[in-house]
Write a protein that binds this ligand. Structure first.
Ligand code: PEP
Ligand code: MG
Length: 325
């Protein structure tokens, strides 16, 4: 089957009725980049930078980070690369960085909150990313955004880093785009305000489902409640994409839901620009995309919005998929 799918690597990801949907890769190492490239990814929609910080006994220096970001940019040869700033805390810990004992680490000191507190660490990463932007089509993305203030705070530090590099005569892409993860219910509710601050959104469905439904994404005992096809999630996705479109910015999806074949009609109906997923899933999703019409997906989505339960939504998606086959 993989052999048959291989044949799709160079095929344009477009529906029979002409909707093109960019299929990018999520990576967290250079090795994963190779899988992504051999699957025909248009680029990297999510580079999780945590591994750079986890693989050692101290914070990575600017040069060390720059080397890695630049290698990825070089290997991509001009294809887009979205680098997400450090997203630790919650379940992800660093041996050398003592985080406080917290009752609720997932609601605690983590991700952009650490970056805005430890501006020294954040600036180091921003400088490294900016420097790499000279060697490819690099974009920056901030995780776990919950307010306009956080975006403005992060962008202010980015400006500072740019000024420093300018003074030092170090080249970077002055047009570099910035974006945010939409992965908290608050971000969905203020998506119209956030859209005015950034160039793109990427919907992180893993955390969005967790926080919207108040269901720990790691807790097996309640995993039956972790339901991406919940009517609440459907509405949040719709709100986010509409806010992006109203403001003329791009919107992609980078959580696990992006590679769920059952969810594909949802992305087509909402008319998102890109999906980003594990390199291993790209060909499978592309094969399905080549056989799924956007117009029919839109009709289906109108029905999904009338469903009262997750089970009903999932059933409708399943029977739609059967009809596609
Ligand atoms: C997400 O939350 O959907 C996401 C893509 O980020 P992570 O899984 O790294 O939290
Ligand atoms: Mg997340």
């Amino acid at each position: 089957a993989r052999q048959r799918l291989r044949g799709f690597a160079d095929v344009l990801p477009v529906t029979p009725d002409g909707k093109e949907l960019g299929l990018g890769a999520n990576i967290s190492s250079l090795k994963e980049l190779e899988v992504a490239l051999s699957s025909g990814a248009y680029g990297v929609g999510l580079f999780r930078t945590e591994f750079l910080y986890m693989d050692r006994q101290r914070f990575p220096r600017e040069d060390e980070q720059f080397d890695v970001y630049r290698s990825v940019a070089d290997r991509l040869g001009g294809k887009p690369l979205i680098i997400r700033t450090l997203d630790i805390g919650g379940d992800k810990q660093l041996d050398y960085f003592e985080l406080p004992e917290e009752d609720n680490p997932f609601l605690g000191y983590r991700a952009i909150r650490i970056s805005l507190d430890r501006t020294d660490l954040f600036k180091t990463q921003l400088r490294a990313i900016l420097r790499a932007s000279h060697y490819g089509q690099v974009k920056i993305m901030y995780p776990l955004i919950s307010s306009v203030e956080e975006v403005q705070g992060a962008n202010r530090l980015l400006e500072e880093a740019k000024q420093e590099l300018l003074l030092e005569g170090i080249p970077f892409d002055s047009q570099l785009e910035t974006g945010i993860m939409i992965e908290l219910p608050a971000a969905v509710q203020i998506a119209e305000l956030l859209a005015e601050e950034v160039d793109f959104f990427s919907i992180g469905t893993n955390d969005l489902v967790q926080f919207t439904l108040a269901v720990d994404r790691m807790n097996e005992q309640i995993s039956y409640l972790y339901e991406p096809f919940h009517p609440a999630i459907l509405r949040m996705l719709k709100m986010t994409v509409e806010a992006a479109k109203k403001n003329g910015i791009k919107v992609s999806v980078c959580g696990e839901m992006a590679s769920d074949l059952d969810a594909l009609p949802i992305w087509l109906a909402l008319d998102v620009d890109e999906l980003s997923m594990s390199g291993h899933s790209i060909l499978e999703v592309k094969e399905r995309l080549l056989r799924t019409n956007q117009s029919e997906s839109r009709e289906l989505f109108a029905e999904l919005l009338r469903c009262r339960t997750s089970a009903d939504i999932h059933d409708k998606l399943k029977s739609f998929v059967k009809a596609v086959h």
